[in-house]
Design a protein around this ligand. Structure first.
Ligand code: ZN
Length: 484
């Protein structure tokens, strides 16, 4: 179809029908009848049906692939949607349009035509990937179901399908993730490998039964991991020059532990990946233990934790130590055993990079001693701790100046949030001789903090001032992420 012909195409026929029957209706021009593009695969009954509903039409036969491309294009969203379709996950049809096509039945197994549900899930995945969402939530409520995206750390409602459809949506996700769709009483987890517009996206699926009604509703949460996120660059994570220089120095030490701390979703793993990417994987043996593997790093041996078969962080670490590593990255230190192996590894000539779930740089020390790591071992192994958070950047299209800096407003470009994109704020505590002695002597957290500040450590909030002063974020945003 030519561009001129495409311009005459309409969405008068519901997408489901157009797609399945391979018909595309055009608008009438002058005295001419509206064209109906069809192909050899179009059933004659479909022509009769269109004629019955829209009156006389002028059928035009074109090649099937051209027609299918045209249908996808006409029914897709504006804004380069056709470029994203890519054949793998067909999507980005207007979500509201797709919602109308959804079947009345509740159970996918009883639904003869699951295509609308498939299309809706595909469109949601495509849209989530396009908007850079990290998670998609499917939650059942009494009267409706809610689908939400987490973008830049914040959840946003996307669609609210009828409550009766919730089970069909979750069933479809479970099918894609190879889960047992008949099992609705137990939590399940699985994965879906996707390609969206040429990007490899790994989707981690988790389902959880909620409520106690006979229908046994389940929540489903999909975490999207974009594996093809280009080369991670430590200099692009928003660190000040001073912090960057100190971190660069720490990760080039021959042995010891460097910890990155913060709550879930604070960008810890990205920092670790960027640190590893900075090291030379051709001359050093870099091995990781992760849950999950979020990015694939070239030249790095990455091991996935799988607790179901006994491949815990600790078990994987012990195996890794027999593989002659120079640098070891531990996705997260969650228990004493993992912490102990990390310490031992660092004391026997390895550089260990790991994340830990604590609020600030200093409390990482307390956390490890609370876990049961001997202070003398900790003092001789710890090189430094880096606490971090992600702050949302103000949308440059709508931010407004006030007496105390820039403020968020909200416009169509930023989805009315006032923010677009994120950057990092950091608190780095290098362990110097003085600090080493304090850790060895089990000094109180307050004393450690005081010593660190004297040695030049800035708090997370102070580091955030850089972005506030530059007008890149709002003070309230820095306060929000550093509140705990
Ligand atoms: Zn905006």
């Amino acid at each position: 179809m030519t561009e001129i012909e495409l311009a005459r195409a309409s969405r008068a026929i519901p997408y489901g029908f157009a797609r399945d029957m391979r018909v595309l209706l055009g608008t009438a021009e002058g005295d001419a009848l509206p064209p109906l593009w069809i192909c050899a695969a179009t059933p004659l009954a479909a022509l009769a049906e269109v004629q019955r509903k829209f009156g006389r039409i002028a059928p035009r036969v074109i090649e099937q692939p051209a027609l299918e491309r045209a249908i996808t294009r006409v029914y897709a969203n504006e804004g380069g949607a056709s470029a994203r379709v890519a054949g793998e996950v067909e999507g980005s049809l207007e979500l509201s349009q797709l919602m109308q096509d959804l079947p009345e039945l509740e159970d996918l197994l009883e639904t003869e035509d699951d295509a609308p549900v498939v299309r809706l899930i595909n469109a949601l995945l495509t849209e989530a990937a396009r908007e850079g969402a990290s998670d998609i939530h499917f939650e059942p409520f009494e009267t409706h179901s809610v689908v939400r995206f987490r973008i830049d750390g914040t959840l946003r409602d996307v669609i609210k399908p009828r409550r009766q459809l919730h089970a069909a949506l979750v069933s479809r996700i479970k099918i894609m993730a190879n889960l047992d769709i008949a099992e609705k009483r137990l939590p399940q987890d699985g994965r879906i490998g996707l390609k969206v517009a040429g990007r490899a996206i790994d989707v981690r699926v988790s389902t959880l039964p909620v409520g106690n009604s006979a229908s046994q509703p389940e929540r489903a949460v999909l975490r999207l991991l974009d594996k093809s996120t280009g080369r991670l660059d430590l200099t692009a994570l928003g660190m000040s020059d001073a912090t960057l220089a100190k971190i660069d120095n720490l990760i080039r030490q021959p042995h010891g532990i460097v910890l990155v701390t913060g709550p879930t979703g604070s960008g810890k793993t990205t920092t670790l990946y960027a640190a590893l990417a900075r090291l030379d994987a051709t001359t050093t043996n870099i091995l990781t233990v992760e849950d999950p593997i979020e990015y694939e790093l070239s030249g790095v041996g990455q091991t996935q934790v799988n607790t179901r078969i006994g491949m815990t962080f600790a078990a994987a670490l012990r195996a890794i130590l027999r593989q002659d590593p120079d640098v070891i990255m531990i996705g997260e230190i969650r228990d004493l055993e993992t912490a102990q192996i990390a310490v031992q590894a660092s004391l026997t000539g390895h550089l260990v990079l790991a994340t830990l779930h604590t609020n600030d740089a200093v409390s990482a020390v307390t956390r490890l001693s609370d876990m049961g790591i001997e202070p003398f071992l900790l003092s001789s192994s710890l090189l430094g701790t880096l606490a971090q958070r992600l702050v949302r950047k103000l949308c440059v299209h709508c931010k407004k100046a006030g007496p105390d800096g820039m403020h968020p407003v909200g416009c169509s470009i930023c989805g009315n949030t006032g923010y677009a994109g994120r950057t990092g704020i950091y608190e780095l505590m290098p362990v110097d001789e003085g600090m080493r002695t304090l850790i060895h002597d089990q000094a109180a957290e307050q004393d450690l903090r005081e010593a660190a500040r004297k040695a030049g450590m800035h708090s997370l909030r102070e580091d955030g001032e850089r972005w506030v002063a530059a007008g890149d974020t709002a003070l309230e945003e820095v306060v929000r992420v550093t509140r705990d």
